[in-house]
Ligand binder design. Structure first.
Ligand code: SF4
Length: 321
C-alpha cells in the first residue's frame, strides 16, 4: 500500500488572543507530527479535545499554514503547490465537518449545494452535473426527492449524509472527517460509520477520521494514531492498539471507555491537559503519567517501533542500542 500523505516534523504555532505580562501568548498546536497516511486506509486520529487533532486535519487539507516541516501529497509538498495545483488538490481531498447543521448553507436547496462544487470545479454540462448528483445522493442512502428541500427539513443524520454526498461529487481520493458523528445520536452514528466504511470499499477512498471517541474508532479504523499535546504518541494497526495498548496515555483513554467488561488497562487519566502555551519539558505527558520516571521530566522520548508495526513514544519501551 503506497502513502497518500507523508507528514514530516510538522510544527504549527499561532498567536493567542490573550496577553501575559504584555506579551502575546503563543499556542503550540502541533509539535513535530510525523505521520504517513496509506492510500485506501481509514486512519483514525484520536485524543482529547485540545490535543491538536483538528488542527492537524485542517493543516492536511491546506487550511492551516504551518511553521516548520512538510506535508507531501502523492509525493509533492503542498506548501509548494501553485494555485492551479492547490485547486486540484482541494478536489481530491474533501472535508466533512462535525456539525452538519452549520456546514450546509440554510438558504440553498440540497441540489444547489451539491451542484455548486461541480459548477466551480468542473466543466460538466447541466445534465452531466445532474447525473453525478443523482448518483452520489443515492450512494449516501437518500433519494432524489430530497434535492428540492432545504437543510432544515432534514434530521442530523440525513444532513451528515448530504455533507458526505457533497464531499463525494468531485470524486475525491481522500476524505478528512473531523468528528463527523459526535453531534449525532448513537443510533445514527452507527449508520454514518457504516456508510463511510461502504464508501471506502466502493471507491478505495482514504479516510482520515478525527475523533475523541475510541468506541467509534474501534469499529471503523484500520490504523490509529493517538495524539497528545500536538504530537503522535502511539501509532498502530487498530486491532493491535485495542488489544495491546502501550502508551500510558492510550491505556488511560481506553480505560475511560464505559464498559461492563473487566478492563485490561487500569490507568486512570488525572487532571486536565496542560496549557498549550506552556508545554511541559521532557515527555509532554509526564505531568499526568502514573508511570513517570526521572528521565521523563527532562528528556523528550524518542519513537520506538515495536513488533506488529506498533510505534510508541515512551521511555518505558526504549531499549538502548
Ligand atoms: Fe509516562 Fe515517561 Fe512514558 Fe511519558 S515517557 S508516557 S512520562 S513513562
Amino acid at each position: 500500500m503506497d502513502n497518500l500523505f507523508e507528514i514530516t516534523d510538522l510544527y504549527l504555532q499561532y498567536q493567542s488572543t490573550k496577553r501575559v505580562s504584555g506579551q502575546v501568548e503563543k499556542v503550540n498546536a502541533l509539535n513535530g507530527v510525523e505521520l504517513s497516511v496509506r492510500r485506501g486506509e481509514i486512519l483514525a486520529i484520536a485524543g482529547e479535545s485540545g490535543c491538536g487533532k483538528s488542527t492537524l486535519a485542517r493543516a492536511v487539507i491546506g487550511l492551516e499554514k504551518f511553521n516548520r516541516g512538510s506535508i507531501c501529497f502523492e509525493g509533492h509538498n503542498i506548501a509548494e503547490f501553485s494555485p492551479e495545483q492547490m485547486k486540484t488538490f482541494r478536489q481530491k481531498v474533501q472535508m466533512v465537518f462535525q456539525n452538519p447543521y452549520a456546514s450546509l448553507n440554510p438558504k440553498m436547496k440540497i441540489y444547489e449545494i451539491l451542484e455548486e462544487a461541480l459548477v466551480i470545479n468542473t466543466k460538466y454540462s447541466k445534465s452531466e452535473r445532474r447525473d453525478v448528483i443523482l448518483e452520489k445522493i443515492s450512494q449516501v442512502g437518500l433519494d432524489e426527492t430530497c434535492l428540492e428541500k432545504y437543510p432544515h427539513e432534514f434530521s442530523g443524520g440525513q444532513r451528515q449524509r448530504i455533507a458526505i454526498a457533497r464531499a463525494l461529487v468531485l470524486n475525491p481520493v481522500c476524505i478528512v472527517a473531523d468528528e463527523p458523528v459526535s453531534a449525532l445520536d448513537v443510533s445514527i452514528q452507527a449508520q454514518i460509520i457504516n456508510l463511510l466504511n461502504d464508501l471506502k470499499e466502493k471507491y478505495n477512498l482514504t479516510i482520515i477520521f478525527i475523533s475523541h471517541d475510541l468506541r467509534v474508532i474501534k469499529y471503523l479504523a484500520d490504523r490509529v494514531a493517538v495524539m497528545y499535546l500536538g504530537e503522535i504518541v502511539e501509532l498502530s494497526p487498530a486491532k493491535e492498539l485495542f488489544e495491546h495498548p502501550k502508551h500510558p496515555y492510550t491505556k488511560a483513554l481506553l480505560n475511560a471507555i464505559p464498559t461492563f467488561e473487566k478492563k485490561k488497562a487500569q490507568i486512570t487519566l488525572k487532571g486536565d491537559l496542560p496549557s498549550v502555551t506552556d508545554l511541559p519539558l521532557g515527555c509532554k505527558f509526564h505531568t499526568r503519567c502514573p508511570e513517570v520516571m526521572d528521565i521523563c521530566r527532562t528528556n523528550h522520548p524518542v519513537v520506538d517501533e515495536l513488533k506488529g508495526n506498533h510505534c510508541v513514544r515512551c521511555w518505558l519501551y526504549h531499549t538502548l542500542d
